[in-house]
Design a protein around this ligand. Structure first.
Ligand code: PMP
Length: 306
């Protein structure tokens, strides 16, 4: 298979790819009632190292709270299962996808009698938007779709159903020749990408929409804020950013566990800055990869070695 996965962890057991199946009457499939994570494990001198695993596990448990979903497994069990998957499949680096969802019992919208099910899969995954994207940047468009407002559905946690909106925005962008979308919130301010947070550079300062802008509390966002501040930059992370400010930015970039640090070179066919990866983006990106691939011993507390 193209994902190159032999073993998947399901509800406490390691099962073969072929056996990792669920029933069509699964609640989560009908109503999008699942929560998930996406993390990366990097190839380092000291073996595979999971970047900010603890924060990902915390967010997975937090994502359950609005739905009163209870994971039948401890944090330690999920951690051991993940490490075992990576070890068994001898992966030097990989993407990690834990998913918790309401399983089958009945199909009322109320999941009260549905079991909570949990799975974890890991697989090799290169640059999310392509190697070329990391170096040269991507073209994006402002989507005609708006993000869910956080008054309509919790946007700060990672619910499967939310990604229907991400698909609409992303596919609209790709139909229009762009690699990805920028999605505005209900107020019309810049929120984030379909699966990325966004950063803007202007006059040497860094800006990113605040957590009250209906965005996911991105773990890469949090890491990049810390890295940029440690590099001496001022990072304004509680601001609203208007659509117009995108076009006049000196630099723009996306962050995400999958997208890592991806420069944006054009928005709606308008070149951003000099129309290629900007110098501050490059500096932060370089530092990010030095950190995650452990070419520095800084931020050691961010890593869980397999
Ligand atoms: N926003 C959305 C909507 C996302 O799906 C993601 C990817 N998880 C992000 C932002 C980036 O978050 P993180 O850095 O934690 O992966």
């Amino acid at each position: 298979d193209e994902m190159d996965v032999d073993t998947i962890w399901m509800d406490g057991e390691f099962v073969d790819w072929d056996d990792a199946q669920i029933h069509v009457l699964t609640h989560g499939m009908h109503y999008g009632t699942g929560v998930f994570e996406g993390a990366r494990c990097y190839d380092t001198e000291n073996g595979p190292a999971i970047f900010r695993w603890e924060e990902h596990v915390d967010r997975l448990f937090d994502s359950c709270l609005p739905y009163e979903m209870e994971i039948d497994h401890s944090r330690e069990e999920l951690t051991e299962a993940t490490k075992e998957l990576i070890t068994r499949q001898e992966l030097p680096s990989c993407y990690i996808r834990p998913l918790v969802y309401y399983g089958y019992n009945s199909l009322g919208v109320s999941p009260s009698d549905c079991p909570t099910r949990t799975m974890i899969a890991v697989w090799p995954w290169g640059a999310y938007l392509g190697e070329d994207a990391l170096e040269n940047g991507i073209d994006v468009m402002v989507s005609s779709w708006r993000k869910h407002a956080s008054s309509q559905i919790p946007t700060n946690v990672k619910t499967t159903g939310l990604y229907v909106n991400s698909l609409l925005a992303g596919e609209e962008a790709r139909r229009n020749g762009c690699a990805e979308a920028i999605v505005l919130n209900k107020e019309g301010n810049v929120a984030e990408g379909p699966g990325e947070n966004i950063f803007l550079v202007r006059d040497g300062e860094i800006f990113t929409p605040g957590l009250s802008e209906s965005i996911l509390d991105g773990i890469t966002r949090n890491s990049v804020i810390r890295i940029a501040r440690d590099l001496g930059y001022t990072v304004n992370d509680t601001v609203s950013i208007s659509r117009g400010e995108l076009y006049t930015a000196d630099e723009l970039f996306f962050t995400g566990s999958a997208a890592e640090v991806t420069p944006i070179k054009q928005v709606d066919n308008v070149a951003i800055g000099n129309g290629s990866r900007g110098p501050i983006t490059e500096e932060i990106q370089q530092k990010f990869f030095d950190v995650v691939e452990r070419r520095t011993d800084e931020y050691e507390e961010w890593f869980e070695y397999v």
